[in-house]
Design a protein around this ligand. Structure first.
Ligand SMILES: C[S@@+](CC[C@H](N)C(=O)[O-])C[C@H]1O[C@@H](n2cnc3c(N)ncnc32)[C@H](O)[C@@H]1O
Length: 336
């Protein structure tokens, strides 16, 4: 077969026939390479080389991409690794339909170039560069990363995305109206110890929202994971409601360094226990300090984190390493 003479459409049809996945955004040369070798062309460039056993145990090097491999199940994907870089570019190199769940806390576009400070307290409003977009750019950025997440999630896979009033309507519109995905619920995270409002011109902001969507057309969505009994048992044997009162991230969870919007382990804990099962593969494309990975490790889920700031990745890696150490200690009685 002469691939050079074939159109992109024909090349893709050929890939589909051979049950090869993840070709939708590839260029012609890459499609041809994929057909010729059977290996996804971007995967070769992205996947970090395998670490020697000694390296996988050495957390002192501080290198990003080091991974505790105890839960790794597939060879192709960088399972249980933190990938440093732009999540849209990195996600584009992953094959379709490989993740069971995505839990993520994207930029909210709530920062101002100059944040507000308060003389009587350490409270300041956000002024992070990674959180500042022009309105149209934010919309396009959100469409782009959600497009990739939906491609990577399995059909009927769970998608939990955080937001505040600054962005939740945009995210909800994109999921519901642009992509016609089924929205199962909106969880309200109520922060009883939220910081006071500096301006006194409005209510004190003390909630965030989590949209729970399922990766299927609204009418077709079915069989999504929801561990009803687990949630009930965590709530004094009463049905778990969608309003969660959980305080802000504890100082003890910030011991390896600070991030302005690190999520409490307790919030992510509920999401992972509710929406995933042991062995599931979870994606967080805006991983920050790796809170999703820490909880995933705790509950024997697999994970892939993506984050563009190396400083946050260093914190995340230390948190994951600590968790890995704990798992190792906990299992010591099993005579490994
Ligand atoms: C709201 S924070 C996530 C915090 C995280 N949930 C935690 O508990 O630490 C969003 C993160 O997305 C990162 N980020 C922003 N744009 C990104 C991009 N295009 N690719 C990868 N990471 C990005 C930021 O650096 C920031 O750490």
């Amino acid at each position: 077969m002469n691939y050079q003479q074939m159109t992109n459409k024909e090349l893709k049809e050929e890939l589909k026939k051979r049950k090869l996945k993840g070709y939708s955004s590839l260029k012609k040369t890459q499609l041809i390479e994929y057909l010729s070798t059977g290996i996804h062309p971007l995967k070769k460039a992205l996947i970090p080389p395998k670490m020697a056993e000694s390296e996988t145990r050495d957390s002192s090097s501080g290198s990003i991409g080091y991974s505790p491999t105890i839960l790794a199940a597939t060879e192709e994907l960088p399972i249980n690794q933190i990938i440093s870089g732009d999540c849209i570019k990195i996600m584009r190199s992953f094959p379709d339909g490989v993740f069971d769940c995505c839990i993520t806390d994207p930029p909210f576009n709530m920062s101002r170039k100059k944040g507000l400070g308060w003389a009587f307290s350490s409270h300041v409003t956000m002024q992070e560069q990674w959180d500042i977009f022009a309105q149209d750019d934010y919309f396009q950025f959100t469409v782009d990363w959600i497009t990739e997440v939906l491609r990577l999630l399995k059909t009927n896979g769970n998608f939990f995305v955080f937001g505040s009033f600054h962005c939740i309507f945009t995210i909800g519109f994109i999921l519901q109206s642009l992509f016609n995905r089924r929205i199962i619920s909106q969880i309200v995270w109520y922060k009883p110890n939220a910081q006071p409002n500096i301006t006194c011109r409005m209510f004190t902001e003390s909630t965030e929202f989590i949209i729970w969507a399922v990766n299927n057309e609204s009418k077709k969505a079915k069989n999504w994971t929801f561990n009803y009994e687990v949630m009930k048992s965590m709530n004094n044997d009463k049905q778990m409601r969608n309003m969660w009162e959980i305080p802000l991230t504890k100082p003890s969870e910030r011991k390896y360094g600070k991030h302005p919007s690190q999520k409490p382990l307790a919030v992510i804990n509920r999401l992972i226990l509710a929406g995933t099962n042991e062995g599931d593969l979870i994606l967080d494309p805006f991983s920050g300090t790796g809170t999703t990975a820490v909880v995933a490790e705790q509950h024997k889920r697999k994970w892939i984190m993506i984050e563009k700031e190396d400083e946050y990745n260093r914190i995340a890696q230390k948190r994951v390493d600590e968790q890995f150490g704990k798992l190792f200690e906990d299992d010591s009685e099993n005579n490994w």
